[in-house]
Each structure stands twice: as structure tokens, then as C-alpha cells.
Design a protein around this ligand. Structure first.
Ligand code: 1CP
Length: 343
């Protein structure tokens, strides 16, 4: 069947004069209406598990900007919580979790099929969204990639260099690999339920994928993505999948083919002209404007929007940032970017 939604057309390999557009973290603190709903919910995790309010914040940027896609409002760290890890957010600092430092921590976790009661509110958010979104808007479900989620479970927090996860990999490879395997299998079950609830596309966020090198990148970034995508496509034929191995650099080359992804999301450390030649040659790419331009704006924002659109104009492209929009972004700059892109 020919796709009618703009985002699905690009994912099916179509080149469009004006690419579809959405922004990572498009529902977030830069929007006053998000801050109001978050205050109503109480805190960030309560917002994630309140289906009505999570759907509301997912819809806010669609109403304001008519983006071509909505991304489910949730977080990659809900999955470890569903597996039994403690999770809380320190105000102004970010996530904190119980840590997995050896076989005992791993044994204390639940099994891959034991997550669904905990995740029921997230699936309900997806069902609400698939009813309420405009007919031209595509609904994206997501999860963190096993490696990225593992870095938080092992360190108990966000880290600059993923040191604790690299250390466990070096010192207790059996525990490390068992954790990656559990997360891979649980992610398949989690995403499969999102699709059953109405997600039309799934995205796998490997935000720390770039810190894996050589054979480790193949084993812990590429192979898990390949397994997740293959199993999801077996269960849901034709399901489009976006992979985001952030800061993979040269390893972006061939990543879509090797994993079966329909699209790779590019971070803003790679040049658009280079990526058009070396990555887009295999199919759809997403990205890759620097999030800082949404803070600084001006003529540079307009020029850079047009440059990226032009660089990717000869193949399928989804316009996006190279990473999430930041809380200090000016909502007016999003409008300026959309005008530069859509004309
Ligand atoms: O309101 C707030 O104060 C919380 C800020 C926030 C938001 C808006 C967090 C905490 N998570 C989210 C939502 C979120 N997270 C979405 C929703 C959809 C969207 O609008 O894009 C998604 C897809 C994520 C994914 C996510 N969470 C990633 C992968 C993408 C990325 O940004 O690299 C990661 C690494 C996280 C962990 C996380 N959650 C929140 C924070 C501050 C962090 C980063 C922690 C760190 O390492 O410093």
C-alpha cells in the first residue's frame, strides 16, 4: 500500500521536496505548556506514568508546530524500573538508579516477560495517542538500546565516559553480557507491545553507542539492534525502524544494512554532505542540525536549516536535530526553522 503520511513515505525510501520533520525531546521544558503539565503531574516520573497527561504533553508540540511525527512521552529508564531497578530523579541533576555491579544485582532483576503490568500506563498512553493524533501525524514508539540502558544500570546515573559500564565489561564479561541479553529480550517485548497499542514506527536510542569501539561496537551496539529489529519485523511485518547509534562516526557507514534499520539517525558531529554520500546512499537518514541553534537562532539557524535540507535533498530524509532540543531553546526558533524548511 502506498504510504500517505509524510514520515512513512521517507521511511519507505521516497525522496520528497520538503522532508518530514520532528525534533528529539520535542515535548520538553523549553515549552511553557510542558512545564505547566509537568507541575500538574508533580514530577517527571509521575508524568511518564500518567497516561492522560503523558498523551497531553506528546500532543502539545504537534498542536503548536504541526510536526510530521509525535514521539511517545516516556523515558528509556522506565524499562530498568520495570525490571525491578530503583529509579528516581535528583532535581537539577538527572537520573539515579540502583546499580548492577555483579551477578547478584543481575539475579535480582525480573524476567523479560514480567514488565507489562508496570508498563501498562505507557501502553495506554500509546492507545490514547493513536486515537487523538491528527491523521497525517505518525506515532513513534521508542526504547533505549541495551548498551545505553546498561550504562545507567551499571553506574546508577548518567556518566560522561560510561566508565563503570566499560569496567564491568572488562572485569565480569559474563554478567555484562547477560545484562545486555536480558535488556535486548525485554526491549523486544516492550516495543512489540507499543506497536500492538498503536505505535507506527519504533526508534532505538543508543545515545552512548559511540563509546563502544571495534569488536565491542559490533557485539554490543550493532548485534542487539539487529536482533531487536529482526524480531520486531517478524512479529509486525513492514514495521519501520529507526536506529540512533549516537556518535558512531565512521561506524554509521553500513549500519542500516547491517542491522536491518529503515533509517539511521545522525548526530550533529557528522557533516551532512559526508553523511549524504556515505550513509544516505543506503537509504533514509534522519538529522542532523546542532541543538544549540535552537537557542541562538538568527540567520545562522535559517542558513543551516537550508544547508542540511539541500545536503540530503537527493535521497530520503527526515529533518531533525542531532540530539534533543534543550530546555533553554527559544520556542520561536522552532517556528523560524520550520519556515526555512517548509517555505
Ligand atoms: O521534565 C524533565 O525535567 C525531565 C527531562 C526529560 C524528558 C523531557 C527526561 C529525563 N526524559 C525526557 C523524555 C524523553 N527521554 C523522551 C520523550 C520523547 C521526546 O520528546 O523526545 C525520550 C525519547 C527520552 C530518551 C532518553 N532518556 C534518552 C535517549 C535520548 C538522548 O537524549 O540521548 C536518554 C539518554 C534518557 C535518559 C534521561 N532522561 C532524562 C534525562 C535528563 C536523561 C539524561 C541523563 C544523563 O545521562 O545525563
Amino acid at each position: 500500500m502506498a504510504e500517505t503520511k509524510k514520515l512513512l513515505k521517507s521511511l519507505a525510501g521516497e525522496t520528497q521536496d520538503v522532508p518530514p520533520v520532528w525534533l528529539m525531546r520535542q515535548a520538553g521544558r523549553y515549552l511553557p505548556e510542558y512545564r505547566a503539565t509537568r507541575a500538574e503531574a508533580g514530577d517527571f516520573l509521575s508524568l511518564c506514568y500518567n497516561s492522560e497527561l503523558a498523551a497531553e504533553v506528546t500532543l502539545q508540540p504537534i498542536r503548536r508546530y504541526a510536526f510530521d511525527a509525535a514521539i511517545l512521552f516516556a523515558d528509556i529508564l522506565l524499562l530498568p524500573q520495570a525490571l525491578g531497578a530503583d529509579l528516581w530523579f535528583e532535581t537539577g541533576e538527572g537520573p539515579r538508579m540502583s546499580t548492577i555491579t555483579g551477578p547478584d544485582g543481575l539475579k535480582a532483576l525480573k524476567g523479560k516477560d514480567d514488565i507489562h503490568d508496570h508498563m501498562a500506563p505507557v501502553y495506554e498512553t500509546v492507545r490514547i495517542l493513536s486515537r487523538e493524533l491528527p491523521s497525517e501525524t505518525t506515532l513513534i514508539g521508542f526504547a533505549g538500546a541495551p548498551w545505553t540502558v546498561a550504562t545507567y544500570m551499571i553506574a546508577g546515573r548518567g556518566t560522561k565516559d560510561q566508565g563503570p559500564a566499560h569496567a564491568l565489561k572488562a572485569e565480569d564479561r559474563a554478567t555484562f553480557e547477560a545484562l545486555i541479553e536480558l535488556l535486548t529480550d525485554a526491549t523486544i517485548e516492550y516495543l512489540s507491545k507499543q506497536v500492538e497499542a498503536g505505535a507506527e514506527v519504533i526508534k532505538i536510542f543508543d545515545s552512548w553507542g559511540g563509546s563502544l569501539k571495534g569488536a565491542d561496537f559490533d557485539k554490543y551496539a550493532l548485534e542487539p539492534a539487529k536482533k531487536i529489529i529482526a524480531e520486531l519485523k517478524a512479529r509486525h511485518p513492514g514495521l519501520p525502524c529507526i536506529a540512533f547509534p549516537r556518535e558512531a562516526g565512521e561506524r554509521y557507514i553500513g549500519f542500516a544494512k547491517a542491522t536491518g534499520a529503515d533509517c539511521v539517525a545522525l548526530d550533529n558531529s557528522v557533516d551532512a554532505a559526508w553523511a549524504a554520500e556515505n550513509v544516505q546512499c543506503d537509504g533514509c537518514v534522519q538529522g542532523n542540525m546542532a541543538p544549540s541553534l535552537m537557542v541562538t537562532g538568527g540567520q545562522e539557524l535559517i542558513d543551516e536549516t537550508k544547508r542540511i535540507k539541500e545536503a540530503f535533498s537527493k535521497g530520503p530524509h527526515i529533518f531533525n536535530l542531532g540530539h534533543g532540543i534543550t530546555p533553554d531553546a527559544d520556542p520561536e526558533n522552532v517556528t523560524i526553522m520550520l519556515e526555512a524548511l517548509r517555505g
